[in-house]
Design a protein around this ligand. Structure first.
Ligand code: BV8
Length: 256
């Protein structure tokens, strides 16, 4: 079995990484695809979409308006996603990022994903731009709620004010957590190499991060089996699934 999975890592990139004090990584749904978590915009190749996922457009369900209109449907969609995520494991791509973290004095992992798989894999410092599906908060008070009495009502109620509970994720039209966003902007503007991994680069303001890195003179590396709006401007494009490319990149880093 060819350990390189047919993946070519440019030697110049390996040399750059060896001399780079600061690395920033942005991940999207694509890095969890090989764990079996459907991505947002791309139908899984070879798998027929079933259940709620195929009947609804995530951008129509992941909004405060959708929740006000049909809180039970939105809560059930997240319950379905939580159950799906509870049955999957981090893949070789998540694992390689855990090990890459040890190679650099400064390594910032920024994720758009809400599945918690980076933390489950062992990544220590993860900036969650869009929240985490395993946490819930009160829709009225916007405060995280860890436990509540199950009455069978869907969505469940806040034990303090009786308002509806909602997942602690950032919906479309909602602002990102300011501290997470500022940390991401800082990492993107001070790194020497910025990786964009498994993201279609459509959702703002996360999609602007690689351009911030480019404009401050960083090398930008895209890892994705498909082209995206970033591809034409990326310094290096490593076309392929993250679960194949990242272990080869890590091996090249460890060899030299
Ligand atoms: C906000 C949590 C302002 C919920 C999500 C300009 C500036 C600011 C805002 C906007 C703007 N233009 C438009 C907006 C509005 C909007 C937006 O960006 N809309 C888009 C659709 C145009 N942005 C917002 O609403 C944001 N809010 O800016 O508020 C504000 C300020 C003050 C006060 C009030 C408001 C909030 C955006 C966050 C939305 N929440 N998720 C949930 O999960 O339920 S976004 C959602 O999409 C996920 O987080 C996901 O990660 C994210 C991005 O998608 P991707 O991760 O890229 O996934 P996708 O499926 O698209 O692509 C997968 C990729 O993986 C593909 O390229 C594929 O080729 C690749 N792939 C597949 N397999 C693999 C692989 N890659 C590697 N390996 C593989 N094996």
């Amino acid at each position: 079995m060819d350990p390189s999975n047919g993946v070519q890592i440019p030697q110049r990139l390996v040399e750059l990484l060896h001399s780079a004090p600061s690395i920033a990584v942005l991940t999207g749904a694509g890095i969890s695809a090989e764990s079996g978590v459907p991505t947002f915009r791309q139908k899984q190749i070879g798998q027929s979409q079933n259940g709620l996922w195929s009947r609804y457009d995530p951008e129509e369900l992941a909004t405060p308006q959708a929740f006000r209109r049909n809180p039970e449907l939105v809560w059930r969609w997240y319950t379905w996603r939580r159950e799906l995520i509870s049955g999957v494991a981090p893949n070789a791509g998540h694992q390689a990022l855990v090990e890459m973290e040890q190679h650099f004095p400064q390594f910032t992992l920024i994720t758009q994903n809400v599945d918690g798989l980076h933390q489950q894999a062992g990544s220590r410092r993860v900036i969650e731009l869009h929240g985490n599906i395993q946490r819930n908060k009160c829709f009225a008070e916007n405060r995280v709620v860890g436990s509540w009495s199950e009455t069978g009502e869907i969505p469940p109620r806040c034990p303090v004010c009786g308002g509806m509970l909602r997942p602690d994720v950032v919906w479309f039209g909602e602002p990102l957590p300011q501290d997470a966003l500022e940390s991401a902007w800082k990492a993107a503007s001070t790194c020497q190499v910025f990786f964009s991994i498994g993201t279609s680069g459509i959702v703002e303001p996360a999609a602007s991060l690689p351009y911030i890195a480019l404009h401050t003179g960083a090398v930008v590396v895209e890892i994705n089996p498909n082209p995206t709006p970033l591809t034409a401007q990326a310094t290096y494009v490593l076309p392929g699934p993250a679960g194949s490319v990242l272990p080869v990149l890590l091996a090249a880093l460890s060899r030299a």
